[in-house]
Design a binder for this molecule. Sequence first.
Ligand code: ZN
Length: 447
Amino acid sequence: MRAFLSRRVVTPGKIQPAAILIEGEQIASVVPPNEVPAGAEVHDFREAAILPGLVDTHVHINDPGRADWEGFESATRAAAAGGCTMLVDMPLNCVPATTSVSGLERKRAAARGRCRVDWASWGGVVPDNQNDIAALAAAGVRGFKCFLVHSGVDSFTMLTERQLKAALPRVAQTGLPLLVHAELPPAIDHAHRDLEQADWRSYGTYLRSRPDEAELSAIRLLVSLCRRYQFRLHIVHLSTSRALGELRAARSQGLPVTAETCPHYLYLTSETIANGATLNKCAPPVRSRQNREQLWQGLREETIDLIATDHSPCPAQMKHMDEGSFKTAWGGIASLSLALPLIWTEASQRGSSLLDIARWMAEGPARLAGCHMRKAQIAAGYDADLVVFDPQSEFLVSKERLYYRHPLSPYLGEKLRGVVKATYLRGNLVFADGQFPGAPTGREFRL
Ligand SMILES: [Zn+2]
């Protein structure tokens, strides 16, 4: 038996001095520090906090098929370095897309023996795969993802309202959540028509091209469909704070609606994005400082349930940094290895605690992905997925600290607070002080 000691163990609802007793891959119990059984192998982390391993439910691993953009090896390495012990992969950027069981099997083959952390898949809902929905659920996807606007990948087709309505009874029957990219085309198309002659090197042009209204109208439609079809609705990457009222109202009516936001919406602001700085491009876009503050408020009051990265990497040339056009650059921000310090830097300045971090970045996402009975809590019977985190130290973001395949980041040079010292996956050390010891031991989460 091993005993991990710390003055700040983050257990459900409490930060306390404790010893985590680990037997094999699981937590056997959590006891006061003076009750460590004789003969246990003791690791004393002293002032460093121990949090449950983070769960990131919004990651584009791009493997198989676009492993030159990311891949299981590099994505799970970056996750381990970021204190994250489970990823859930989005179904669209891989080839084939995860829209059928055979696609899922191809993904499993690509992942085998190459993962530093555990992983699972979302299945895709596209116009022509309604008959695959039940089979994908039975085969082990954690839920589904669809788009109401062009996905960025031509082979993963968006749904019209009519196609969405046709799919919803089947999704509802699985009992699994439907994750939706909530922007509707009309407001975006309208804005684009007005911006044809605009300066697309200007971030303001890009911001105007994806107005709040596109998100707001999609969320209104989705909430009304949720009321009618009673499926579990999850809004991914909420960017506009103007939708918080709709979400609050839906929840108060008892509808099964959840929402996530992302580190970039909680850290960056449109006012400070320079012209041509396409590393900041994502959809929906990073909005104003005031909007950012309201998203933080949404998290505090639990209208927003969780934080996921939407880690969406690409090779450098796709960001068109020489040209600096927000029209042609690929949209997506990679942040797997930085999410915890990014959020902690901002959260600690706003009076939030490591308990909030555990709720937003471990428990909330684990519940969404249906792995909360084994993951994301420091408690007896749970997987010994742990992150040792020094919440006081600061560091400058450099390329060496990114660990994913293409070291691109809008955060390079930023001073962040909080350092991931070590990450344990089911009791095994998978990251410590810049190293990834041992062979990859990550596996797919299956019930
Ligand atoms: Zn995404």
